[in-house]
Write a protein that binds this ligand. Structure first.
Ligand code: GLN
Length: 473
């Protein structure tokens, strides 16, 4: 049914980069056979799951929506994909994303845009826009995304579904193509919190192959999800309701808070005084890590290599020109073929946003600027974490908006990087602090666009977040 629906409608949505119907049907049939034989099956037996094209799967090309990896076939499974297979999930295909997960609208994909199923003139958000749209369009009941600065929660909010970023280290990053390693985290998309709990439970847990993976048992989220939180204390941050917030979003979030009150929750104000520096710190730290992580795409190790047929001829001609001009030293300094290959590979292989991030990051990390930008951003990051630690001494969860407005039009911000970066206002702090956060639907605008509600919790308290979200649902 999912495959039929994809065939019928994905042409107008563009959620998938590649669908592997044959493999999906094979996996589904094998689950059926094993069920008939009375075998014990995994927790996701026969359930279709869509996977963001950033997690290595040894049976699938993994592109990160980049020309650089357009034909890259990983030699191994990421831990998340391996766990999905172990859980007997049916892997439907690979979803579209912003190139290397850099963006907030999925328009930075080198291959295609993705459209919001609620209004196809609008973006589904990003960078995991393909996964969010796939679930919102009911192409798949579950999907996997990644969240470095909001890329699960923001598209979940803009597509009217549930999306969760777990605590940094809760889900293994082994085999996840790195964007900003200290911020990247894998998480679930679903239509309900219960389904999100099921998917998280299947993929979370310690992994010795990821040195940042947390060595703690995974709680049975699916067992506790329906137990409401007694005596819940919710924090609200006054700055989250400032001038930039769309009035319809503000109304929906405030009425959600009223729902919590009616369920017995106590609501009080908490301060996150350094939150206003979150976007600035994030857009120094994330590009810095990206510029270092993306150095590996050199045309040699793997991935795309630009055509070199003219490089040697060009080189000889350039040298000759210098010699003819009487500048022998310059002739000796002409770039080697290897440097040319590296440069032209990266020129052709990366899209404009990825190049922008590499330049920003290389600048922030360079001698002389390191202390002023990168080190300063790390200090701000620490202060943001401290704010949360203080706040969670007073409240159990923090509630607020996911984004300042509903889904924006395709093309509206793609040429205005700063405006696009500011969309991440409410989401980046959770990544900087490493804490878990969830986005769930809390209403619709008059024009029929979904509005998201964000809950943030203390480290490792995914259980509390899921139960808190379930209470509202
Ligand atoms: N929009 C943010 C960025 O462009 C977040 C991306 C993400 O979480 N992968 O960096």
């Amino acid at each position: 049914a999912c495959l039929d629906r994809i065939v019928a409608h994905d042409q107008s949505i563009g959620a998938f980069l590649r669908v592997d119907g044959e493999r999906a049907l094979e996996q589904a049939k094998s689950v059926d056979k094993r069920r008939a034989a009375g075998e014990k099956l995994g927790p996701l037996a026969g359930i279709p799951v869509a996977v963001k094209d950033v997690l290595c799967d040894s049976q699938a090309i993994t592109t990160c929506a980049s020309r650089m990896l357009a034909e890259f076939r990983p030699p191994y499974d990421s831990t998340v994909v391996a766990r999905l297979k172990q859980a007997d999930a049916v892997l439907l295909g690979r979803t579209n994303m912003d190139e290397f997960a850099m963006g907030g609208s999925t328009e930075n994909s080198a291959f295609q845009p993705t459209r919001n199923p609620w209004d196809t003139t609008r973006t589904p958000g990003g960078s995991s826009g393909g996964s969010a749209a796939a679930v919102a369009a009911r192409f798949a009941p579950l999907a996997i995304g990644t969240d470095t600065g909001g890329s699960i929660r923001q598209p979940a909010g803009l597509c009217g579904i549930v999306g969760m970023k777990p605590t940094y280290g809760r889900v293994s990053r082994y085999g996840l193509v790195a964007f900003a390693s200290s911020l990247d985290q894998v998480g679930p998309f679903a239509t309900t919190t219960e389904d999100a709990a099921l998917l998280l439970e299947a993929v979370a847990g310690h992994d010795p192959r990821d040195s940042t993976s947390i060595n703690r048992p995974t709680p049975a989220y699916t067992e506790s999800i329906n137990k409401p939180l007694a005596g819940l204390k919710l924090g609200i941050v006054p700055e989250h309701f400032g001038a930039g917030l769309d009035p319809e979003v503000s109304t929906a979030v405030k009425s959600a808070i009223e729902v919590y009150k009616s369920l017995g929750a106590e609501v009080k104000e908490v301060a996150l005084p350094h939150g206003k520096y979150g976007v600035a710190a994030y857009y120094v730290i994330a590009p810095s890590e990206a510029s270092s992580n993306l150095a590996r795409y050199d045309g040699v190790h793997y991935g795309f290599r630009a055509d070199q047929s003219s490089a040697l001829a060009d080189l000889a001609a350039e040298r000759q020109a210098f010699v003819a001009a009487g500048n022998a030293a310059a002739a000796d300094n002409v770039d080697s073929p290897l440097v040319r290959m590296y440069r032209s590979t990266r020129e052709a292989g990366f899209g404009p946003e990825v190049k922008r991030r590499i330049m920003l990051g290389a600048y922030a990390l360079s001698a002389g600027y390191y202390d002023a930008y990168y080190l300063k951003a790390l200090k701000v990051r620490r202060l943001i974490r401290r704010d949360f630690d203080e706040a969670f001494k007073q409240v159990d969860l923090i509630v607020g908006p996911v984004t300042a407005g509903p889904a924006f039009k395709l093309g509206e911000m793609v040429d205005d990087p700063l405006a696009m970066y500011l969309v991440d206002l409410y989401t980046v702090s959770a990544n900087l602090a490493g804490i878990p956060a969830i986005s769930l639907p809390c209403g619709m605008t008059k024009a029929g666009l979904p509005i998201g509600l964000q809950l943030q919790g203390p480290p490792l308290e995914e259980d509390r977040l899921l139960r808190g979200a379930r209470m509202f649902e």
